[in-house]
Design a protein around this ligand. Structure first.
Ligand code: NAD
Length: 328
């Protein structure tokens, strides 16, 4: 089964539903990705930070070699980590990441966070990446403007290493700024987006500017409960979105699971989703939320959006010992 697609500003199409690779252990990534392809997933969301790109690429290559899919049926997103924003580093990382995936090209390459940090040799960066290191020793900013990084990504497009480019965890000012000098459009903005963090203005801005939003952590607190204490702090006493009344009611009415309702709440507004699951049945249900799957009523959509608390779980301005207040 294939999911619906959205058209990026670059003109390339991206599936509306994909599979997120954060916290998928490297040793399981090849099998996980291969089975996800068998289940019907075509979009994979990776990052240098997740430290499983090579293995995820192996899973895709296995599926291609067995004739399950062709390269052009698959859409790979990956991201440039914060320590590599300087032009030469960004160019080298894009090349190395593309080689790690081993698929000829990357479909969408994102700046992971709009903050430049001091260079760390790639070999020294381990998963969980340094800002999940309990000691958090090295959090030093680097003097690299986003313009330099964006223009490096454009060079990577010129080199045909990547097809489309975008940014994650950015807000309005950064998007407007990039638009003043970009040669290639911002194809996608990947943001934390769930009913506790709706960011309606940012969503509207992106949609006005034809920037496709990809929502991450669609289940809100759930994902953060698996992390070390500082990262869990905001999630641990927050009611799970799966248990919230309006979500449960919409699930019962549509004969779907609360997880599917949370995903459909995004896809129904043309926002792509990239849930992660290692569980076969969930993997399957998470995929069945594209266009034509089922619809929430306008009232259900409004009631779910009204759960907004401006509650951000992935906030380095909160969980880092030396805060990086990028959302201030
Ligand atoms: P998620 O919202 O996909 O939640 C994952 C959690 O939900 C896991 O605990 C999983 O077991 C559980 N789950 C999955 N399907 C379920 C279902 N049907 N029913 C009940 N529970 C279910 O969280 P995420 O991993 O934070 O986000 C998804 C992806 O987004 C990541 O894998 C990654 O690719 C991307 N991401 C990007 C950034 C960024 O900074 N750009 C940050 C976080 C995540």
């Amino acid at each position: 089964m294939t999911s619906d697609t959205v058209t990026l500003a670059s003109g390339h199409k991206m599936p509306l539903v994909g599979f997120g690779l954060w916290k998928v252990p490297a040793e399981k990534a090849a099998d996980t990705v291969y089975h996800a392809i068998k289940t019907g997933y075509r979009l994979f969301d990776g990052a240098y930070d997740y430290q499983n790109e090579k293995e995820a690429g192996e899973g895709i290559r296995r599926a291609i070699s067995e004739g399950l899919v062709r390269r052009e049926d698959i859409f790979v997103t990956t991201k440039l980590w914060n320590n590599y924003h300087q032009r030469d580093h960004a160019l080298a990382m894009a090349k190395a990441q593309n080689e790690a995936w081993g698929l000829g090209y990357i479909d969408l390459y994102l700046i992971h966070f709009p903050i430049a940090l001091k260079y760390i040799e790639p070999e020294k960066l381990r998963y969980p990446a340094w800002w999940m290191d309990p000691e958090q020793k090295v959090i030093e900013r680097a003097n690299v403007p986003i313009q330099e990084t964006w223009q490096a990504l454009e060079e990577v497009v010129d080199q045909r290493i990547v097809k489309s480019i975008g940014i994650s965890n950015a807000q309005a000012q950064t998007l407007y700024d990039i638009q003043t000098y970009c040669r290639y459009p911002i194809s996608s903005l990947q943001i934390e987006h769930h009913p506790y963090l709706v960011q309606q203005d940012l969503v509207e801005l992106a949609q006005e500017e034809k920037i496709v939003i990809t929502a991450y952590s669609s289940f809100g607190p759930q994902s953060f409960l698996e992390l070390p204490a500082a990262f869990r702090e905001r999630a641990k006493d927050t009611p799970l979105l799966f248990d919230v009344d309006v979500v449960k009611k919409a699930a019962a009415r549509s004969n779907k699971t609360p997880a599917q309702v949370l995903l459909r709440w995004a896809t129904q507004r043309n926002i792509a989703v990239i849930p992660k699951s290692n569980h076969v049945e969930r993997l399957k249900q998470n995929l069945e939320v594209g266009g034509g799957s089922f619809d929430l009523t306008e009232e259900e959509m409004r009631a779910i959006s009204a759960l907004d608390r401006g509650l951000r779980f992935n906030d380095p301005g909160f969980y880092l010992h030396k805060p990086l207040r990028i959302f201030a």
